[in-house]
Design a protein around this ligand. Sequence first.
Ligand SMILES: Nc1ncnc2c1ncn2[C@@H]1O[C@H](COP(=O)(O)OP(=O)(O)OP(=O)(O)O)[C@@H](O)[C@H]1O
Ligand SMILES: [Mg+2]
Length: 244
Amino acid sequence: MKAIMQLREVDKSFGGVHAIDHLSFDIYEGEILGLIGPNGAGKSTCVNLIAGVYALDSGVILFNGERLSRQSIPDRAFMGIGRTFQSPKPFEGLSVRDSVFTAALLYNKRRRDAEKATDDILELTDFAAIRDLPCAKLPIEKRKWLDMARVLAIRPKLLMLDECLAGLTPTEMDESLALVKRISGTGVTILFIEHVMSAVTKLCTRVVVLNEGTLLSQGAPLTVMREKAVIKAYLGEDYEYVED
Ligand SMILES: Nc1ncnc2c1ncn2[C@@H]1O[C@H](COP(=O)(O)OP(=O)(O)OP(=O)(O)O)[C@@H](O)[C@H]1O
Ligand SMILES: [Mg+2]
């Protein structure tokens, strides 16, 4: 399997907080990799290091074999590194369609291509029927979808989804999982950060577990979730996985 992203001995501290501590793991091309672990484990920090929001203290991150160091956030987006945020960030003043189109204009030389890309994305993300709705009127679950739709305009090779299911009802969650699967089906590699374990087991073939900035375990979701260390640090002693 080919690694699209490789983290090697990555370190990041914020003042006295050692958020990421000698962390190494790979994301393989085409997979949906789950990134799980307790609050404060360093999951969002990983996303921010890969996206270029924070600089590494030490270590190496390779994207398709190329070292990421001085590239800015937009440079990395142009390379195909996409992410959504734990809290959605809509362009409040724009319609659904124009939010995606604004992003598409940056990533397509010709207006016609940007229009076509926008239409395709609105179709894939089920926004076609409400394309003219102002973003400010979207319900919360659709705001997360809009973040996903907008980032698709950069034609990501790797898409990092930071808790895109938080706060959703079970039905909305299932619809969102189906959307992530559709996105994955278009060939996008996905890093999926989530606390809802049933969602992780449904979607991911592999998970990486972080705890206090270090790699606690990695492997198949159901195998990892039965490990004592993972239960102790994250899932809790009373945890029992139930298929829903
Ligand atoms: N910009 C920052 N400044 C200071 N400390 C930070 C910053 N970002 C993260 N941290 C700290 O780094 C640690 C890891 O935080 P991070 O947000 O990566 O955790 P997380 O795994 O995403 O948690 P959650 O599941 O709650 O989202 C925490 O102790 C957090 O307080
Ligand atoms: Mg987080």
